[in-house]
Design a binder for this molecule. Structure first.
Ligand code: F6P
Length: 358
């Protein structure tokens, strides 16, 4: 019997189920005797022996379902080796893996979860990773599943704000998710036709932002929709030490950066009617779009292929349109940022889009 464990870890996203379906369907199809163990709520299930023996029908009809049939949880990497009340998480995970006599473990996760997957691989477990996150910030892959579905949702949201902004001649600062990177904001901003896109990778000067709003007003467009990444940062804040900036973000008490941007903008543009909006977790919710379903299916198949070839310690990736894999240790701890000098950004500037820097 080939015994494969599977878990979904970290923030959820669209197409987790489609990925698991692709992987399991391939294993069931290619291997005569296979047992798939689904760990509940990510690494939590592996630590606490909370699992279900999956059946082929469990993976049926889920290609277009949002969320994850296994549940997920955030288990911060920095706490993985911290022993609380005598409970050693890493030892517990290894114990479950051994006890269930697993041949392999498939981890569907973003950066933190892949770091943990790499750690488990180094501890001797046969691990493969599948790159999940709406943020598309996993180093080494052109694409992470969930990204396109999140772009679609953010774009529709920006479109909707557009009409109300236009009716009222207002300025809207809209927060788009993406953690420390601006991939979703850049893509959705372009898709929604935003003239001002604020990214963590390109610190903004509020006067430059205000200048663009005024330019639009002069040209007869009394409204502006600003697409701002949740990690957008001002030029002033970008000069702060990492520690000071972290403290500043913490002092927001969970409030969005768009409040700060709106307040700064109001000072420079006292007559403007400014509103803010936060798209939030809806960006991770609901059904995956067709692109995510097909990419995830291809990712899942490749994951199964790696397991069948006993090619472990690998992360499935997309490179120039084709699935491939890289070593988990190559991606662990690295992020993929928007390239501020890349063609997407520099070409957008040619069209008049401002990133608030110049
Ligand atoms: O990584 C996905 C993501 O949605 C980020 O875009 C966002 O910063 C974060 O997760 C939100 O985390 P939580 O689910 O813990 O609120």
């Amino acid at each position: 019997t080939l015994r494969v464990g599977i878990l979904t870890s970290g923030g959820d996203c669209q197409a987790l189920n489609a990925t698991m379906r692709g992987l399991s369907k391939t294993l069931y199809n290619c291997v005569d005797d296979v047992e798939i163990i689904g760990f509940k709520r990510g690494y939590y299930g592996l630590m606490h022996e909370d699992y279900v023996k999956m059946k082929p029908r469990d993976f049926s009809g889920i290609i277009n379902e949002g969320g994850t049939i296994l549940g997920t949880s955030r288990q911060p990497f920095k706490e993985m080796r911290v022993i609380v009340d005598g409970f050693d998480k890493v030892a517990a995970m290894k114990k479950t893996y051994k006890k269930l006599n697993l041949d392999a473990l498939a981890v569907l996760g973003g950066n933190g979860s892949l770091k943990s997957a790499n750690m488990l691989a180094q501890e001797g477990l046969n691990v493969i990773g599948l790159p999940k996150t709406i943020d598309n910030d996993t180093w080494g892959t052109d694409y992470t599943f969930g990204f396109q579905s999140a772009i679609d949702i953010a774009t529709r949201y920006l479109d909707d704000i557009h009409t109300t902004a236009q009716s009222h001649s207002r300025v809207f600062v809209v927060e788009v998710m993406g953690h420390k990177v601006g991939h979703i904001t850049l893509a959705a901003g372009l898709a929604a036709g935003s003239d001002i896109i604020l990214l963590p990778e390109i610190p903004y000067d509020i006067n430059v932002v205000a200048k663009k709003v005024k330019e639009r007003q002069k040209s007869g467009k009394g409204f502006t929709v600003i697409a701002a990444a949740e990690g957008a940062i001002s030029k002033e804040d970008a000069t702060l030490s990492k520690k000071k900036y972290k403290a500043k973000v913490a002092a927001r008490n969970g409030a969005s950066v768009v409040n700060e941007i709106a307040a700064q903008l109001q000072e420079v543009l006292p007559d403007a009617e400014i509103r803010t909006a936060v798209i939030g977790h809806a960006q991770r919710g609901g059904r995956p779009d067709a692109y995510d379903r097909q990419i995830s299916t291809r990712f899942g198949i490749e994951g199964a292929r790696l397991i069948m070839n006993r090619s472990f310690g690998r992360l499935v990736v997309l490179k120039q349109g084709e699935v491939d894999s890289i070593a988990l240790e190559d991606t662990a701890g690295k992020l993929k940022y928007v390239d501020p000098n890349g063609k997407t950004v520099s070409n957008a500037r040619l069209m008049g889009v401002t990133f608030g820097d110049k």
